[in-house]
Design a binder for this molecule. Structure first.
Ligand code: HEC
Ligand code: HEC
Ligand code: HEC
Ligand code: HEC
Length: 225
């Protein structure tokens, strides 16, 4: 018996083709409208400039005696050879001008005194030991070497010293676990403050964080909340 399929599948195929053509035309129309840019486009993201490297700089601002010893910096260490110039057992005389301001001899011209807003702590022997210039004298009577500056500062700046020990002032790097001294480093007061003029000069603030939005300026008020 001959079997001839009914005509229905052909009709179905024709309808499918018509639909595909319709969809294709529809897409072409959309494509044409898109290229005309009738609705406007999302603005491209602004290029985010990289943060200036100076804000990422972690090198300590100052080198201390301890750093010079570690680096074997002979030139810098000459300044600490007090008895290369001074006589032992004889405190150097301190001279003042008529206004009562300390006169710095030319041999120490690299020193600019300015400790405290009214030069309140400019007297050399508040910190240096006049009996032994190679040591510092802590207010409680202890003598410390130049490689151990914080107890000296701490004897007058108790609260700041406490904060520094706790890690809230200054800078600690390395491990959070402070059980082992070898696992972390703590910057000395003099890595940031010049003991002779400890005020930190005002600095330009680092830029704020970048917003992860296409057009931050249109959201400016929102972002400050
Ligand atoms: C290059 C030589 C030299 C070195 C090194 C040196 N001094 Fe002096 N210092 C002098 C001279 C010179 C004077 C003036 C002395 C005088 O007037 O009798 C002086 C003066 C001083 C004064 C008195 C300052 C004033 O304003 O009147 C102090 C304090 C002092 N020195 C401390 C030190 C200490 C502490 C060291 C070591 C950390 C040191 N000096 C290293 C040469 C030196
Ligand atoms: C607030 C404490 C303090 C006062 C006040 C002070 N010094 Fe110092 N001085 C120090 C400390 C701490 C160091 C070691 C600095 C370091 O290692 O960075 C030092 C370092 C020095 C040095 C060796 C390094 C250098 O900068 O040449 C000399 C010399 C010196 N002081 C002289 C003086 C003289 C002179 C005066 C007084 C006019 C004076 N100091 C006042 C704390 C002080
Ligand atoms: C003998 C006491 C004494 C010692 C030691 C001392 N300071 Fe001071 N310090 C003062 C006084 C006093 C002031 C002034 C406070 C004021 O003017 O209100 C001051 C002010 C300061 C300031 C504020 C900035 C300024 O100049 O006004 C800083 C920072 C500072 N000291 C850091 C240090 C550091 C770091 C050391 C150790 C190297 C140190 N001090 C050692 C007494 C001391
Ligand atoms: C990593 C750097 C750093 C170290 C380490 C550091 N300081 Fe400071 N210190 C600063 C800065 C930054 C300020 C703020 C200066 C300002 O606000 O003008 C400051 C402020 C201060 C002031 C002014 C008063 C205050 O508390 O605001 C004192 C006093 C002081 N430091 C003492 C010390 C002493 C003492 C030590 C060591 C025991 C020390 N600092 C270690 C960076 C440091």
């Amino acid at each position: 018996m001959n079997y001839s399929p009914p005509s229905a599948p052909n009709e179905k195929a024709a309808r499918t083709n018509l639909m595909l053509v319709g969809i294709a035309v529809g897409f072409l129309v959309f494509a044409a409208l898109f290229t005309k840019n009738l609705w406007g486009r999302v603005e491209p993201r602004k290029e985010i400039p990289l943060v200036d490297k100076k804000f990422l700089e972690t090198t300590p601002w100052r080198k201390t005696y301890a750093d010079f010893v570690k680096a074997k910096d002979k030139d810098a260490l000459e300044d600490y050879d007090c008895y290369g110039c001074h006589e032992k057992n004889k405190a150097p005389p301190i001279r003042y001008d008529k206004a009562g301001k300390i006169l710095i001899p030319k041999e120490h011209s690299d020193i600019v005194m300015g400790h405290g807003s009214h030069d309140r702590n400019n007297l050399c022997f508040n910190c240096h030991n006049e009996q032994n210039l190679t040591t510092l004298q802590v207010r409680d009577g202890r003598e410390v070497k130049f490689d151990n500056i914080p107890p000296l500062c701490g004897s007058c700046h108790g609260p700041t010293y406490r904060d520094w020990e706790a890690g809230a002032h200054g800078r600690i790097s390395g491990s959070w676990n402070h059980a082992n001294e070898a696992d972390f480093t703590r910057l000395s007061c003099a890595n940031c403050h010049n003991p002779h003029a400890p005020k930190i000069p005002t600095r330009e603030p680092a830029p704020g964080p970048h917003l992860l939005r296409a057009n931050p300026e249109t959201h400016a008020t929102e972002a400050t909340h």
